[in-house]
Write a protein that binds this ligand. Structure first.
Ligand SMILES: Cc1ncc(COP(=O)(O)O)c(C=O)c1O
Ligand SMILES: O=C(O)CC[SeH]
Length: 429
């Protein structure tokens, strides 16, 4: 890229925050509109209008099941990833109490749950989870209803390691919930290895009075970026988040052997939809859109993955060429892999806090960390600190996540922006 030429002022803005959310693909928008226009009936109605709606939902469920390598009868729809994650956590708690009523120490009283159960359900997770896993666990732990182990991610690899999860297992452990990839660093967790190891604990030395350890992964940041296969992962539950793979803002939950092998407790009670697991008249339009988004992943995943990886790697090469030893890639650690679209990078130097740099990049829409922590933009990301990134480096972090249609020309434009921002800020210091 020739930086000597004066840059013509482009009006384009480049969106590089695809881990926060993605736009709808045109085919998805069309599928939504078509369903709203032609499949508007109540899916529970037995006449033609209802049958059309039910058929649209069935097609979507089939596509989503295929996308994650599961059976369509093992997929239910939710309002999004947050609901799906909360549903898994509450299911594990209720399944524990229903399986071991003595653990409740007399069960719930008229004043609410007993505060001091003899044995509490124990849940294992990590210290780098999304808030829709971290916060319910913290809340229920604070209420004295569960015990939780937040296993720290390795500061060497940036991911949680099998031996550290196994070390946290105890007789009352009823759920292991670990995200498949982190939304800020892009680092992929060794889910298949972890679940295989925990399953062996489940089968070997857990006597009848001990609960089966249920296994969940939040696949929000991997679907549409890398292959996701529930058989390979060995999970009982898997969370699907539509707005991360160019779909609408609803979600789905995969449950292995729903109705037979793996429990699921409803969070809502109502009209019996989704076999009473998730009642409420179905959001047919959005479900059709989610199904189309899944269909596009089924057809194009390899192309999506290779393109995003190519553009992300080009971005990182340009950053190295432009800033040399002043760049630190926060998600590139020995011993772990990343999803192909994510670059978490700090440009080292006085005054180069991530948000300050972004504010000087007129053509760039990106973030310093997760959107739900954007109110903390002037505090270093707790995720980066958790994996051992020094505070002064974490404070300069930029999270750049490319999309299916990001081009190297886009990257050239934002590199120029970053160069000019860094030069200007450095001159002010
Ligand atoms: C890793 C992860 N899990 C869960 C969620 C929550 O999904 P939703 O926004 O659909 O509730 C998100 C994104 O928002 C996410 O990035
Ligand atoms: O990582 C993001 O921005 C989405 C979750 Se808040």
């Amino acid at each position: 890229m020739d930086l000597s030429r004066p840059r013509a002022k482009s009006q384009r803005t480049i969106y590089l925050d695809y881990n926060a959310t993605t736009p709808l693909e045109p085919e998805v928008l069309t599928a939504i509109q078509t369903a709203l226009q032609t499949a508007w009936g109540n899916p529970s109605s037995s006449y033609e209008a209802g049958k059309k709606a039910k058929a649209a939902i069935d097609t979507a469920r089939t596509n989503i099941a295929k996308m994650v390598g599961g059976k369509k009868e093992d997929v239910i729809f939710t309002s999004g990833g947050t609901e799906a994650n909360n549903m898994v956590i509450l299911t594990a708690m209720r399944h524990f109490w229903n399986s071991f009523p003595e653990a409740q120490g007399g069960g719930d009283t008229e004043n609410g749950p007993t505060q001091h159960r003899s044995v509490k359900p124990h849940i294992i997770t990590t210290n780098i989870e999304h808030d829709s896993v971290r916060l319910p666990l913290e809340a229920f732990q604070k209420e004295g209803r569960i015990d939780v182990t937040f296993v720290p991610a390795s500061k060497l690899t940036g991911r949680v390691e099998v031996q550290d999860i196994l070390a946290a297992v105890r007789p009352s452990t009823c759920l292991v919930t670990i995200m498949m990839a982190n939304n800020e660093t892009g680092i992929i967790m060794p889910i298949a290895d972890i679940m295989r190891a925990v399953r062996s604990v489940n089968s070997e030395n857990r006597s009848a009075p001990q609960p089966r350890i249920l296994l969940h992964t939040d696949a929000a940041q991997t679907i549409g970026k890398v292959p996701v296969d529930v058989e390979e992962l060995g999970v009982d539950y898997l969370t699907v988040v539509g707005h991360k793979f160019y779909g609408p803002r609803i979600g789905a939950l995969y449950i292995r052997g729903l109705r037979q092998d793996t429990p699921l407790y409803p969070m809502l009670y109502g009209g019996g939809q989704e076999d009473n697991y998730r009642p409420g008249t179905e959001n047919t339009g959005m479900i059709a859109g989610l199904g189309m988004a899944a269909s596009l992943v089924n057809q194009n995943l390899e192309k999506y993955e290779s393109h995003m990886r190519e553009v992300r790697d080009y971005l990182e090469q340009q950053l190295k060429d432009r800033f040399g030893s002043s760049v630190h890639f926060n998600g590139r650690l020995t011993g772990s892999e990343r999803i192909p679209n994510t670059c978490n990078v700090s440009i080292l130097g006085r005054g180069l806090q991530g948000q300050r740099v972004l504010s000087r990049c007129p053509h760039l829409q990106a973030s310093v960390g997760s959107a739900c922590h954007s109110h903390n933009i002037n505090r270093p990301s707790h995720i980066l600190l958790a994996i051992g990134i020094p505070c002064e480096v974490a404070g300069n972090a930029l999270r750049l996540s490319v999309g299916r249609h990001t081009t190297t020309d886009d990257i050239d434009l934002i590199i120029q922006d970053l160069q000019e921002a860094v030069t200007a800020i450095t001159a002010e210091e």
